[in-house]
Design a protein around this ligand. Sequence first.
Ligand SMILES: NC(=O)c1ccc[n+]([C@@H]2O[C@H](COP(=O)([O-])OP(=O)(O)OC[C@H]3O[C@@H](n4cnc5c(N)ncnc54)[C@H](O)[C@@H]3O)[C@@H](O)[C@H]2O)c1
Length: 449
Amino acid sequence: MRYSSLRGSVATAAIPKKLNRLIDSKKAKICVIGLGYVGLPIATEFAKRGFSVYGFDTKAERVKKLKDASSYISDISSSAIKLLIRKKRLIPTTDQAVLRDSDVVIICVPTPLRNKRTPDISYIIRVTKVIVKYLHAGQLIVLESTTYPGTTREVMLPILEMRGLKEGRGFFLAFSPERIDPGNKRYKFSNIPKVVGGVSKEAGLLTKKLYSKVVNKVVYVNGAESAEVVKLLENTFRIVNIGLINEFAMLCEKLDIDVWEVIEAAKTKPFGFMPFYPGPGVGGHCISTDPLYLSWKARRVGFVTKMIDLASKTNLGMPKYIFSKIEALLIKRGMKISKAKILVLGVTYKKDVKDLRESPAIDLIELFKRSGIDTAYSDPHVPYLKIDSIDMRSVECIPKNIRRFDIAVLTTGHKGFNYKQIAQHAKLILDTRNAFEKAGVGLKNIIKL
Ligand SMILES: NC(=O)c1ccc[n+]([C@@H]2O[C@H](COP(=O)([O-])OP(=O)(O)OC[C@H]3O[C@@H](n4cnc5c(N)ncnc54)[C@H](O)[C@@H]3O)[C@@H](O)[C@H]2O)c1
């Protein structure tokens, strides 16, 4: 079946009047479930625009922090939280009963991978089972968590209809992928166009109306499945292009060509080219995970996503490639890697955030540790690193510490690093991000990926 077969025109479809009115007058009560990197910015944005928002999370310490007006997400200031709580626009809670009083429910729970790198939608299922207990006529439920096509209709809908209310008449169910980019100062929740697609046309239109109150542009697509797959296309596009440029970097090394210079020159073409950059791999909750949701679903319908599989393999192989590059650099200087002291600079998955999820720097540290190499790290955003077998404390990036290491490998560049000072005091640097050159530091001891 083609999912995008919702009938009728957008203009003529009947939008349920009461909820429509509540949204228009900003009297609709909203409950955001899951107050993480995605949920907290959404909750605060609706609250800032005049809606009453419950922020429901099962993590009591997160809720307590918010009640104490202390933000744990870099992009959201504590003063903004304080103001919204004082005005009672934002009510953080661990009490699921607030769902009874909510006209709109927005779900922002995690969608990680299981050990075998297959989708884990257990958080969505658990939350849906909670919502159905409080589901009432006229409620709109929107899933924001990234997931494979079919989750909203095939997994959530049967649970929500269990108690007799029917979607499209009794209640409304839609999907709207979150595109937020933590740490991005230019594009924030309100100026990133929002894609929406409903299980029913009514749900899609209500969701369009809802988000048009807080974002500049809402893009309506025919069906929840189209909206689900939009997000996966966006991130697949990135993972495949990053895989391509990582392969290109390895080829350029063999050809003794500077891949960074090649990219800079190629991107002067005003059309038909978009720059991607090599690095130690891909990390974060999205790009490293989402395409695997898509390839899993593809296999279920008998399709093999060769591009995704190859790009994932290339990207996952980057820490090993960097390890062998360091090994070769040290051998040239008469040193075995097993005897070296290595400093890893930047362990978060991207610059200027404190998010460690799926960070390739962690894989690299694990590779060093497994080989018995004396390894340390420095990251202004991560004072301690306690993941699996790793239990370390960040080394302060000051001259006497930098000088102690045989090589420093930059895996994530942060604004907090003093590149000039690091380059002046490090014996040798492998820069996997071209961060030193970008900072205008060009000393002979810096080797680029
Ligand atoms: N982080 C990003 O940059 C980003 C961007 C776009 C989309 N996404 C997607 O958004 C979703 C959420 O990601 P995130 O980064 O905000 O995750 P997160 O881990 O930062 O936050 C999730 C929150 O959900 C809460 N939670 C878990 N189970 C719950 C339950 N049963 N009831 C109530 N709360 C519960 C957790 O305690 C946590 O606070 C994921 O699907 C992710 O792929 C993330």
